[in-house]
Design a protein around this ligand. Structure first.
Ligand code: FMN
Length: 187
């Protein structure tokens, strides 16, 4: 089984990227047979229908990474109580058929939602919106458990994430998502 993590922030020191990296360490420790990688999507251009076909190379690459993964685990902040624009743009590209009419890669794909934010909402506004977008794309969303980390700065020092209170919840989500993907693969 291969899990692909997607961080919704492009910031070099992103807490959400660090959370994804920590998730990778948890998976390696507790599910050593499960592959885990983090998608690099920084070079995906803004979607412009006039430039949709042929798809830009970066788009082809991220579509292939999602198609090849058994499950996609999103780690995203929220921007102004909403999905960060860059992540929404990525999802929009992933929602479109390929150049030869290949089906959109998120259809029937198991997806888990995690996120961290500086504020008190723990990125839940973005997660609620992601549920709407992803269900429209017919992804298989793992509704429970979601992982939401509010005031993420309290679990970091000098910008370095060091999970304390949230660590058991990350482990619980990893266990649940591995089971969820396994069940989806059996169907
Ligand atoms: C444009 C913008 C809007 C933001 N809006 C929110 C918000 O609505 N709620 C919140 O808790 N934090 C908000 N923040 C702060 C983010 O939680 C914080 O920058 C966080 O570190 C971003 O995630 P990252 O560390 O993964 O980059 C916002 C940040 C930016 C840049």
């Amino acid at each position: 089984m291969d899990i692909l993590a997607v961080a919704g922030s492009l910031r070099r020191g992103s807490y959400n990227l660090q959370l994804a990296q920590e998730a990778g360490r948890v998976v390696a420790r507790t599910h050593p047979d499960v592959g885990f990688s983090i998608l690099d999507w920084a070079d995906v251009p803004l979607l412009d229908e006039d430039a949709e076909h042929p798809a830009p190379a970066a788009v082809k690459r991220v579509r292939k990474a999602v198609r090849d993964a058994d499950g996609v685990w999103l780690f995203s902040p929220e921007y102004n109580h909403a999905i960060p624009g860059g992540l929404k743009n990525l999802l929009d590209w992933l929602s479109r058929p390929g150049d030869a009419g290949e089906p959109p890669v998120l259809a029937r794909k198991p997806v888990a939602l995690a996120g961290a934010s500086i504020g008190s909402s723990g990125a839940t506004h973005a997660q609620d919106q992601l549920v709407g977008v992803l269900s429209f794309l017919d992804a298989r969303i793992m509704n429970k458990p979601r992982l939401s980390i509010a005031h993420v700065g309290t679990q970091a020092e000098d910008g370095a994430l060091s999970l304390s209170a949230s660590a058991p919840y990350l482990k619980a989500q990893a266990d649940a998502f591995v089971r969820f993907v396994e069940r989806a693969r059996c169907r």
